[in-house]
Design a protein around this ligand. Structure first.
Ligand code: MLT
Length: 268
């Protein structure tokens, strides 16, 4: 499905009924990563998974991109759909950076937060230099060259060995990201602000989910967020790296289901 928002065509998946749960993908990915959640949680919630601009089936518009711009796109998307109630907002990795921006801009619209494989801190100087190098590589050699270096770091060793089908599927998803999308993401991630000072002020229920073997965002980042956010619980997903929702969907879906039930008051 597609909607015109902020002068581009945004693709999205909508499944299930109930309270709206908006799931934002990471870099350089698309809404395809939420397929197991869209299928398994459709009886518990209305799952909405957009493709950010430049990703998946959304239009590949040139940059500059920023986390605030992505957040404004999500707000416009909700308005275009006529979603008037508060949402549960989930983001994976860069999607988490977008979720922090959304929460800063539109705190009244969010009643629960799901932070997967993400961090609150801004880029270090070294990470910023790495973003520039990656953008150069993308411009000179294309998105495929970027994916080649990043793909093995996305998964736990057990996934790399035991689930080559998933690895190939995610390779395709990553390679289908537009050059505008990859370059836009890299600049937006490099410039994103530090969300750490805001963590202690997050008063809504928050679920943090992290793969035990995440090689891109260390587990310590998730533990630090849990300590700083007053109403946060942390679920560590075994046998998973940077994509716990895909590498161990059973455990991931169960964590979300319990969180959503607790938010609904259906469980203590
Ligand atoms: C992501 O998975 O969205 C990115 O790798 C996050 C990052 O590079 O900071």
């Amino acid at each position: 499905m597609q909607k015109m928002v902020n002068e581009f065509s945004l693709a999205y998946t909508s499944s299930g009924q109930g309270a709206p749960v908006v799931l934002i993908h990471g870099y350089p990915l698309s809404r395809q990563i939420w397929a197991p959640q869209a299928a398994a949680l459709a009886d518990a919630a209305h799952i909405l998974a957009p493709d950010l601009r430049g990703h998946g089936d959304s239009q590949a518009v040139p940059g500059p991109y920023s986390m605030d711009l992505f957040a404004a796109d999500i707000k416009a998307f909700l308005e275009a759909l006529g979603v008037a109630e508060q949402i549960v907002l989930g983001g994976l990795s860069m999607g988490g950076y977008v979720a922090f921006a959304f929460l800063r801009k539109y705190p009244h619209l969010v009643k629960g937060l799901i932070l997967t494989a993400t961090r609150a801190a801004a880029d270090s100087e070294q990470a910023k230099a790495g973003r520039e190098q990656t953008a150069l590589l993308a411009r000179e050699k294309g998105v495929q060259a970027v994916v080649q270096g990043m793909l093995p770091k996305m998964f736990a060793p057990t996934t790399l060995e035991g689930n080559p089908g998933l690895v190939m599927q995610i390779k395709d998803v990553m390679e289908s990201t537009s050059l505008d999308g990859v370059i836009g993401d890299l600049a937006a991630m490099k410039e994103r602000p530090d969300s750490t000072p805001e963590l202690s002020g997050i008063s809504i229920p928050t679920l943090i989910v992290h793969g035990a073997q995440d090689a891109i965002v260390p587990l310590a980042e998730a533990q630090a967020m849990q300590q700083a956010i007053p109403a946060a619980t942390l679920q560590v997903i075994e046998g998973a790296g940077h994509l716990p929702n895909l590498e161990n969907p059973g455990a991931y879906n169960q964590a979300l289901r319990q969180f959503l039930a607790r938010l609904d008051g259906k469980q203590p």
